[in-house]
Design a protein around this ligand. Structure first.
Ligand SMILES: NC(=O)C1=CN([C@@H]2O[C@H](COP(=O)(O)OP(=O)(O)OC[C@H]3O[C@@H](n4cnc5c(N)ncnc54)[C@H](O)[C@@H]3O)[C@@H](O)[C@H]2O)[C@H](O)CC1
Ligand SMILES: [K+]
Length: 508
């Protein structure tokens, strides 16, 4: 089968360890390392002027590290521009190095620096979070929690919040957060971090802007090998990927002019025990509307008529019929197993029967429940599993909180354990393959938090798996496409009314 390979626009996101290495090289390349912090402050000033050109009153909350140093130098620039600026200092340790130098310069310039006091009323229309950046140790103690709370209260009272580098409270390596600053804009310094695009961090960051401070030039001068040793995950960049014009350019599963249905694969969706027919019907509809050449729904007899009425293009077979398997399966079949499979005997027997076919699988929902019951399971080559946090926890024998705290490690561990591609579903999804490649795709789309969204995604994934050469590509395409379409749908239909299958009307 001839396949079209989409080209991905991916932007690397970095760990703190990698940022520290880049910083080291950046400092070595500068005559005066303090110049990097000064550049950071100039960039903050620039973005303030762009975003809030009319604001006169600024409050900058600073910690004792270099994140606070950036904030102090920004305060100086605002003061020099004759704007009203107040620095609230919540440092608990003595300042050293660049942070101390920044503090002294701000003080010498007459910047108003006062100790942070939670009872103080916010006087700024823009509040800048310069409390903690990549040097944060989490969780925050009570004092820092009250600082975070103060900034968020100021926001609720009408102030805009800009975070320097990272919203305070967010783990830069995972996006995990408990108490955290909810920023309107985050100005990331040097390079974007994993925590900006994953987990709660992806929401806390608000609109993300990065200023490389000279590191882009440094990275492009590095060898590909050297550079890729720094990035542990690549983020299929929202700005490019989800931009309508860009998506039009990278349209998933494009059709060929000299087309016939055999070129787009065959998807067989297995599932739909009593009461769960909708899940399997939605998955089969999703496969069909994502462009699969042919789709078969393999289900209980009671769901056949419903499926035919809704989707006459989808073949619907009653699994109790002795020829159902031979009619619904071709040799190039991609199987979607799980939606509405259930946890009763019927689902268990069907799970084993389908696993024995050794066809590439999309394994989801209760398919993952049955997978977790096996002590030693290998999946057919080219398979993809799509667990949410709870399902991943069951498969790995970890606690859900552990998955939340280490989503990249969890997906990589699952990809190894089952020798398959893993889509760990979350606000943004982590996609990993057994070769150690990791991508983060998608962003928070609250409209997707409804029963049935996973079924639709698994059906879409069935279609992309039939279309693309590698399961990694197929997973990236399906997750990004689903997420993009959800954003379009939410805008046009509203987040309450829109149903999970409505997303399929926004794929083109
Ligand atoms: N170094 C550079 O090239 C540049 C750095 N920039 C900014 O600097 C920060 C990173 O600075 P660093 O000093 O390493 O860390 P932080 O400021 O994030 O915090 C360290 C500081 O805070 C204390 N601390 C950490 N956690 C806690 C906690 N839970 N409770 C109390 N205190 C805590 C710690 O002891 C230190 O004193 C980076 O994010 C950038 O914003 C530049 O932008 C320019 C280049
Ligand atoms: K910060």
């Amino acid at each position: 089968m001839i396949k079209h390979i989409g080209s991905f626009v991916a932007q690397p996101v970095f760990t703190v360890a990698a940022i520290r290495q880049i910083e080291k090289r950046l400092f070595a390349a500068e005559r005066d390392p303090f110049a990097v912090m000064q550049r950071a402050a100039q960039m903050l000033f620039k973005h303030i002027a762009i975003n809030w050109p009319d604001s006169q009153h600024f409050v900058i909350v600073v910690g004792g590290g270099n994140n606070g140093g950036d904030g102090l130098l920004l305060a100086r620039l605002l003061k020099q521009a004759e704007l009203n600026v107040l620095v609230l200092d919540c440092a608990t340790t003595e300042r050293r190095g660049d942070a101390l130098k920044a503090f002294d310069l701000a003080l010498a310039d007459g910047v108003d620096i006062e100790p942070f006091d939670a009872l103080r009323v916010c006087v700024g229309s823009v509040v800048v979070d310069g409390v903690l950046g990549i040097g944060a140790r989490l969780p925050l103690d009570d004092v820092l929690c009250s600082v975070v709370d103060w900034i968020n209260r100021a926001k609720r009272a009408g102030a805009s919040v800009m975070a320097i580098d990272l919203p305070t409270g967010v783990d830069a390596d995972t996006g995990y957060a408990q108490a955290y600053v909810a920023a309107d804009i985050t100005l990331s310094m040097v390079q974007p971090k994993i925590g900006h695009v994953l987990g709660v961090g992806s929401i806390a960051s608000g609109r993300l802007v990065n200023e490389s401070l000279g590191s882009n030039a440094l990275l492009s001068a590095m060898s590909e090998e050297d550079r890729s040793s720094l990035a542990v995950a690549s983020f299929s960049e929202q700005i490019d990927w989800f931009d309508v014009a860009q998506l039009a350019k990278h349209k998933p599963c494009p059709r060929f002019a000299d087309s016939h249905k055999g070129r787009y694969g065959h998807v067989a969706v297995f599932g739909g025990d009593h009461g769960y027919g909708g899940a399997a019907i939605m998955a089969s509809e999703a496969a069909a509307k994502s462009g699969a050449g042919t789709v078969a729904l393999m289900t209980r007899g009671e769901h056949v008529a419903a499926s035919l009425v809704r989707n006459p293009n989808v073949m619907a077979f009653d699994l109790a019929h002795e020829r159902a398997m031979s009619l619904g399966i071709r040799k190039d079949t991609v199987v979607v197993l799980g939606p509405g499979l259930g946890r009763e005997e019927w689902g268990e027997a069907l799970f084993h029967r389908v696993m024995a076919l050794s066809l590439p699988l999309v394994l989801d929902a209760d398919g993952l429940f049955w997978l977790a019951q096996l002590s030693d399971a290998s999946l057919p080559e080219g398979s993809v599993i799509t667990p949410h946090l709870g399902e991943a926890a069951r498969l790995l024998g970890w606690r859900i909180d552990d998955i939340n705290r280490s989503p990249i490690e969890a997906s990589a561990a699952l990809a190894k354990q089952y020798a398959c591609v893993v889509v760990l579903k979350g606000l943004a999804s982590v996609i990993a393959n057994p070769q150690g490649q990791v991508y983060i795709a998608g962003k928070s789309e609250p409209v997707l938090s409804k029963g049935g969204s996973g079924d639709v995604l698994s059906g879409m994934l069935g279609a992309t798996l039939a279309y693309y050469k590698t399961p990694l590509e197929a997973a990236l395409m399906a997750v990004s496409w689903h997420n993009y379409a959800a954003g379009e749908m939410a805008g046009k239909r509203g987040v309450h009314r829109a149903q999970p299958y409505d997303v399929l009307e926004y794929l083109d």
